[in-house]
Design a protein around this ligand. Sequence first.
Ligand code: FEO
Length: 181
Amino acid sequence: MINQKMEKAINRQINAELYSAYLYQAMHAWFASKNLLGFANWTQVQALEEWSHAMKFYGFVLERGGKAALEAVKAPPAEWKTPIDVFRHIYEHETKVTGMINDLVDLAIEIKDHASNQFFQWFVTEQVEEEANADAIVQKLAIAGDRGEALFMMDAELAARAFIVPPWIKVAVTVGPATAP
Ligand code: FEO
């Protein structure tokens, strides 16, 4: 059975991951409105990843005999000035998320919840990648500067990112007409 303090902390993290999904979706809307569809694709894939992070925490709470509590998700911003502003925002946001994951690890250590600590390590590793990915794009955008052709090349590159459904997400697929036996 999960400790109540831990249950509350993980539920807060579920909300934070859902906010991340919402934030990336808002960024998708912004890039789509600028017709930068490769950047839009990258943020859409990231929104789906964030939703899958929320579901990973959600599944863990249930597995430990706790109750997942869903609260209101705050509205994300809708406007940015330039693509580099978006990615600077992403980098900053991900460093905040890293801090939240570290706080969860600290709590697990404090209350000797080894199972949660081990579970959180996946996110510790993931955050290293999330920060590095955002930082790499900030650096490239800084080099591209105001050169439109460099921006379009990056847009084409980011169009290649695809969402891979992680193993903890079970997708029910119905094949064929509803009347099939
Ligand atoms: Fe779920 Fe971007 O951290």
